[in-house]
Design a protein around this ligand. Structure first.
Ligand code: IPD
Ligand code: CA
Length: 264
């Protein structure tokens, strides 16, 4: 079995290749190819092309590995599984906003050991390998610590369904008066990298799928953050909270009575 660092380097190389293809091929106005969970949950041809490129490279180099991708689902089995979001922040990509990324994580025996989030338009590639830290441009990342809730800049996001959004707006109405401010960037993977880099203090969201947070989650944890769900449960699409341990506890305490795992 390769080292976690080797797997992270390979994920980085593949994410860079996908990023180059996306930069070269992105038309001024990408076309919506299909919608998924709701009319606003879109797929462009380049989401699919990016996942295809990533899957082809993984298969060429490591034909025995499993791959779980946002567009193509699960293929193969094996102790090593790649978790791929070919474009996280598809709506930003569609509108020409720069907040989107290619996200690739690698699991061994069900544990994420390597993660790469390539913020293509920004030219920033966040990487982490389990036990080896989180990195950006040769600098080790450290999340902000010692920030009380009322001084915390908190990133969050909203789902695509109206019933979910109603509850998310209700929860947000209670959170907003208690924190410094809220940011809605449009890519959960990059929100988690922002926690890692100290560009926001914390993050919470109901809904992101495993491919949205697998790589960014490792990057945040390797930068010293805690990531989890409500009441000691692991983070999941039900709810993901991420912040330095002290702020995590305060944010968790604020969220629990708001019952944020509901949909209307
Ligand atoms: C979405 C983004 C967004 C988050 C949504 C995700 P997509 O992923 O990560 O920030 O709020 O929950 O679905 O659709 O752009 O790949
Ligand atoms: Ca995504």
């Amino acid at each position: 079995m390769e080292s976690v660092v080797t797997l992270a380097r390979l994920a980085e190389e593949i994410s860079r290749e996908a990023g180059e293809m996306l930069t070269a091929k992105r038309p001024a106005r990408p076309e919506v190819l299909a919608t998924k969970s709701s009319p606003t949950d879109v797929v462009t041809a380049l989401d699919r092309a990016s996942e295809r490129l990533i899957r082809d490279r993984i298969r060429e180099i490591r034909p025995g590995d499993a791959i779980l991708g946002e567009e193509g689902g699960l293929t193969g089995d094996g102790r090593v599984r790649w978790i791929v979001d070919p474009i996280d922040g598809t709506v930003n990509f569609l509108y020409g906003l720069p907040e989107w990324a290619v996200s690739i994580a690698v699991e061994v025996d069900g544990e994420v050991v390597a993660g790469v989030v390539n913020a293509v338009p920004r030219g920033e590639v966040f990487t982490a390998a389990r036990g080896e830290g989180a990195w950006l441009a040769g600098e080790r990342l450290r999340c902000n610590t010692g920030v009380p809730l009322d001084r915390a800049l908190i990133a969050t996001g909203f789902g695509y369904g109206t019933g979910r959004r109603k509850v998310q707006a209700e929860v947000l109405a209670h959170v907003l008066p208690r924190v410094r401010d809220i940011r809605r960037g449009g890519s959960a993977a990059l929100d988690l990298c922002s926690v890692a880099a100290g560009r926001v203090d914390g993050f919470y969201e109901r809904g992101p799928e495993y491919w949205d947070y697998a790589a960014g989650g490792l990057i945040a944890v390797e930068a010293g953050a805690r990531i989890g769900g409500l009441r000691g449960r692991p983070y999941s699409p039900e709810l993901t909270i991420c912040a330095a341990p002290g702020l995590f506890a305060e944010l968790h305490e604020l969220l629990v009575p708001l019952d944020p795992e509901r949909d209307a």
